[in-house]
Write a protein that binds this ligand. Structure first.
Ligand SMILES: [Zn+2]
Length: 582
């Protein structure tokens, strides 16, 4: 970036700071794996063969209908569209072919859901669940097992039952008609080792509006992730706004993400929905086709992850345009309640959502469900700035400890806006002055920690330090040093010193905008022939610290060191040079 850090703006902001006191698809097969020669069983097996060869992005649902079902649909008779019972088996896929074969062991006690009820498989691995004609049945991945993934490394843990398919007139395709309920909906699982300690990659809004922006991510962020072997992560998650309104970009986006080489879970965001939907229930048809249910849960190691859909869509009516708000809705809340009821109280629960929890209308209901748990953390994105919120009684939280909610850095930064660098990629600096990037989360029992990574920068790049280039000896006493610690929070301690053997002095948190970002927004707003949109307005960030230069400081060039230490004792040190001369 082209910050001079000498301008009048910078001086003003520093002065202000001084004044502030402070593909293996799921398949259907004959019931019980016994060779029953029935018309339905044969038809469904044939469908399963078709599905195996399905093109990327198509639904992994059997599409062959029985003669009965076809005529029922054709007649408009509804009997096959009434609530029915889905049955199947969760089994250990010993031969890895994705299909249940006689002799493969059924897995007992595995949870399966219809998006509301959750049942556990019996001793033989079998389950039954009621489904209506717009249902997704999914397995809740247990510890020590993995579901298949498709060619884009998207976990295949669900079966979509939409006999009539998604509304056919949507701009972006939803789910094709899935035909009648298969006799058996089976979930293959592969056994594997999942130690207590593991990592996950956390991507905030990736949000490409087109292929060019998929390529920004592909060149700005993904190479370093691939170079570092996905930072040792077992899986990744994108926290919504996977794309930016054009849902056809999901496929090339997913192909790029798949290059990271690990399973990738996805949260739905407000830019990932079908805007032509009349109601919330039909706003995620394309998401479902590509990713599966918009909310679900899974275990990894000893940790329980809940992927939540907190985007509630209100369809257009008359001259009122369609719009969204932050909300879970009653049906999802029943799923959350049922899911949490089966999780031991001491187990760490990680809630993943798009819109920050404090902006979700029915959050109090969720608070009641998690506030007595000793270990729960939640993550979102959506705001395009990084922040740690500690939710307390001021927001109606009644738990003994504050709830830690992390608003993650976004991969697209400020929606890929800003002047392009020498590689043709926008700087995309976020409104808190932080660079675009991602997080690496480490989990270990009930503990977790988060590491920030800036795009195309070394791991050590954790803050920007602001100070004048040169000060006069007489001005040293009034010289302010600011440090924007990108992933800092109220629990971070910041200290500075001059020289490598100086004495550390504590810095104070200062809620000010990032001075270099303020300068850049002004500079770019005055550029002519600009082919990118305005940067978002500077945001007063809670992760800036302020300190005064210690005196006396001898003439000459000095190193300012800033050390940011997290609550868990881990610290980062970054440096900046300053010259003292007459
Ligand atoms: Zn969003």
């Amino acid at each position: 970036m082209l910050f001079t850090q000498k301008s009048a703006v910078l001086a003003t902001v520093l002065a202000t700071a001084l004044l502030i006191a402070n593909p293996v698809p799921l398949v259907a097969h004959e019931d019980h794996g016994i060779e029953k020669i029935t018309l339905a069983g044969t038809a469904i097996n044939a469908a399963a063969e078709t599905v195996t060869a399905a093109a990327p992005g198509t639904t992994a649902s059997p599409t062959v209908e029985t003669a009965d079902a076809k005529s029922a649909l054709a007649d408009g008779r509804n009997d096959l569209l009434q609530p029915q019972t889905a049955r199947g088996i969760v089994f250990e896929d010993s031969d890895g072919n994705g299909k249940y074969n006689v002799g493969e062991p059924g897995l007992a006690g595995v949870k399966v859901s219809n998006g509301e009820d959750i049942v556990k498989t019996d001793d033989e691995g079998r389950y039954e669940l009621r489904v209506d004609n717009d249902a997704i049945v999914f397995v809740i991945k247990p510890r020590g097992y993995m579901t298949p993934v498709n060619q884009n490394r998207l976990p295949q843990f669900y079966y979509i039952h939409k006999p009539a398919g998604s509304p056919p007139d949507f701009k972006f395709a939803g789910v094709a008609p899935t035909g009648p309920l298969p006799e058996s909906i089976d979930f293959p699982l592969a056994r594997r080792d999942e130690p207590d300690k593991f990592r996950a990659l956390i991507f905030g809004d990736t949000q490409p509006r087109n292929i060019a922006e998929v390529e920004y991510m592909a060149h700005d962020v993904l190479p370093q992730v691939i170079d570092h072997d996905a930072h040792g992560a077992s899986f990744g998650v994108t926290l919504g706004d996977i794309v930016f309104d054009d849902l056809n970009v999901m496929e090339p986006h997913n192909q790029a993400i798949a290059m990271v080489g690990i399973p990738w879970y996805n949260v739905i965001g407000n830019h990932d929905i079908n805007y032509d939907a009349q109601d919330d229930q039909h706003s995620d048809e394309t998401f479902e086709r590509v990713f599966g249910p918009s909310y679900y849960s899974f275990d990894h190691g000893p940790t329980h992850f809940m992927v939540l859909d907190d985007v509630t869509w209100v369809g257009a009516t008359g001259d009122q345009k369609g719009h969204y708000f932050g909300g879970f809705g009653e049906r999802q809340m029943r799923f959350i309640r049922n899911d949490l009821a089966m999780i031991p109280k001491d187990q760490l629960v990680v809630l993943l959502m798009h819109i920050p929890l404090t902006d979700v209308q029915d959050r109090q209901e969720l608070y009641r469900l998690i506030e007595q748990r000793p270990a729960a953390v939640s993550l979102s994105a959506h705001t395009h700035y990084m922040e740690h919120r500690f939710i307390d009684e001021k927001d109606g939280w009644q738990g003994p400890e504050k709830h830690h909610h992390i608003i993650n850095v976004t991969v697209c930064g400020s929606w890929w806006r800003g002047q392009k660098n020498e590689r043709g990629i926008p700087h995309a600096t976020m409104s808190d002055g932080g660079p675009n990037g991602y997080s690496i989360m480490e989990f270990d029992g009930a503990d977790y920690s988060l590491e920030f990574r800036a795009a195309s920068r070394p791991a050590e790049y954790q803050m920007n330090i602001y100070a004048p280039e040169t000060v006069k000896p007489s001005d040293v006493a009034s010289t302010v040093v600011l440090a924007n610690v990108f992933a800092g929070s109220d629990q971070t301690t910041c200290e500075m010193r001059i020289g490598l053997d100086g004495i550390w002095s504590k810095m104070e948190q200062a809620r000010v905008p990032d001075p270099a970002y303020v300068e850049e927004t002004i500079r770019e707003s005055m550029l002519e022939n600009r082919d990118w949109g305005n940067l978002p307005k500077p945001h007063s960030t809670p992760h800036i610290w302020r300190g005064m230069m210690p005196i006396p400081t001898e003439l000459g060039t000095h190193v300012i060191e800033v050390r940011a230490t997290r609550l868990d004792g881990k610290s980062h040190i970054n440096r900046r040079l300053i010259r003292v001369e007459e």
